[in-house]
Ligand binder design. Structure first.
Ligand code: CU
Length: 433
């Protein structure tokens, strides 16, 4: 298929004038609310210039202002990380966190980002989606020499766009990204041309191959990812998004998984996809969804009004991505009573649990679980065991909230919870129950 660019090049070569609107459309792909030649702006201030984002289970990177520039300091280092109580691993992160803290700034800010390498190997940082001078792009060997262990590099650039971006190692990516070296980078508009959201959440999606009983992700793995995470956390340890009924809620999702795209599905609401890492989507081109596919290397930003009270799951819709440390490669025993088999095999291989067996829903505290591992699925819920784990969190929409602490399980209005059909109803509607 002929791309738009090829078409424009051909028409230009053929002496056909490129319509001004087409040129403008190409030039406008990054989102800018400042003229391209605008001077650096005074440092944008939280609350005054923007509503700060929230990174559930994470944090924002602190900064200070020196000579009118925002100064940040990232420290790449080994981090002992907890994915959920019961599963820890030796990973790489920034500033003691996996993933790194969210960097947050304002269009027009000049940012100075120091990067100290406390790893035992070289690294770099790439600012994914940001339009920066080439020498600040962080591609080891191509645009800079790598940062050797013990060195501190300085990256400095003016933010010429706004939106949802990412940062990650661009040195030995297969290893260093598999180990966790990534984070989100949010740039707020200098002159907002649409309403600020009331709540603004940020998520990084990633996937980890951690063999049960081991304590280090395996960067060589290509297909068998058994720990699927929102902000490096597995459900039910993922912190809920708590919002007041009627609030305008924005969710920014980036994906730096090794191999998998994730269709992120929200229950109870339809949202509008308003931006990608390439820029804000024009109003007329936005589209409604209830699941947004976030491919590897992309960000997607969605917005909606939280008008439906309840506890609403938000999760990857790939069924294997809502399971944790599942048993790949085991025979299909669905329909078979595996209890005797489980019992005999457990003596030889304590990690084994047949698909569909009781063990797949083991309690978090179950002492029959192998050391340093999680049950295949979630945890206790108000109606029993929640049979989802991994890339899952909960949106809690409530009326009359006074703060954003977890309000506990939703209290359903009487008569609004699915339950066993009564004999009267069955008879009235002529259903053979
Ligand atoms: Cu997924």
């Amino acid at each position: 298929m002929t791309s738009r660019r090829q078409f424009l090049l051909r028409t230009a070569a053929a002496g056909v004038a490129v319509p001004a609107a087409a040129r403008a459309a190409l030039a406008a792909s990054p989102s800018c609310t400042l003229p391209a030649d605008a001077p650096p702006q005074p440092p944008g201030q939280p609350v005054v210039d923007y509503t700060p984002v929230e990174t559930p289970n994470g944090a924002s990177l602190p900064w200070k202002v020196v000579d009118g520039k925002k100064v940040f300091h990232l420290v790449a280092e080994p981090v002992r990380h907890t994915f959920a109580p019961g599963l820890q691993a030796n990973c790489f992160g920034y500033n003691g966190r996996v993933h790194g803290p969210t960097i947050e700034a304002v269009e027009g800010d000049t940012v100075r980002i120091y990067v100290t390498n406390k790893l035992d190997q070289p690294t770099t940082v790439h600012w994914h989606g940001l339009i920066v001078p080439c020498g600040m792009d962080g591609v080891g060997g191509l645009t800079q020499r790598s940062i050797e262990p013990g060195e501190t590099f300085l990256y400095e650039f003016v933010l010429r766009q706004h939106g949802t971006f990412m940062y990650h190692s661009h040195h030995d990516e297969m290893t260093q990204m598999a180990m966790g070296l990534m984070g989100m980078f949010v740039v707020h508009p200098r002159r907002p041309d649409e309403p600020r959201p009331d709540r603004d959440f940020v998520y990084m999606l990633s996937e980890w191959p951690i063999v049960v009983g081991t304590e280090r992700p395996n960067p060589s793995e290509m297909t068998d990812f058994n720990v699927l995470t929102f902000n490096a956390t597995v459900f039910p340890a993922t912190a809920p998004m708590v919002v007041k009924k009627g609030q305008r809620v924005r969710i920014r999702i980036g994906n730096l998984s090794a191999m998998d795209h994730h269709p992120i599905h929200l229950h109870g609401h339809a949202f509008t996809v308003i931006a990608t890492d390439g820029g804000t989507i024009p109003q007329a081109a936005r589209w409604p969804e209830t699941a947004v596919l976030v491919a590897v290397g992309q960000t997607r930003t969605v917005e909606f009004f939280a008008d439906n009270p309840g506890d609403w799951a938000m999760h990857c819709h790939m069924t294997h991505h809502v399971m944790t440390q599942m048993g790949h490669g085991v025979p299909n025993l669905v329909g078979v009573d595996p209890s005797l088999f489980d019992e005999k095999l457990a003596a030889l291989d304590p990690t084994f649990a047949a698909m569909g067996s009781e063990a797949t829903g083991a309690d978090d505290q179950d002492d029959t679980l192998p050391k340093n591992s999680l049950p295949m699925v979630g945890g206790a819920g108000p109606f029993g065991y929640i049979t989802m784990g991994g890339m899952v969190t909960v949106l809690k929409v409530r009326e009359n909230l006074t703060d954003y602490a977890d309000p506990g399980p939703y209290v359903h209005p009487a008569g609004t919870v699915a339950d066993v059909a009564s004999a009267d109803d069955l008879a009235k509607d002529g259903i053979d129950g």
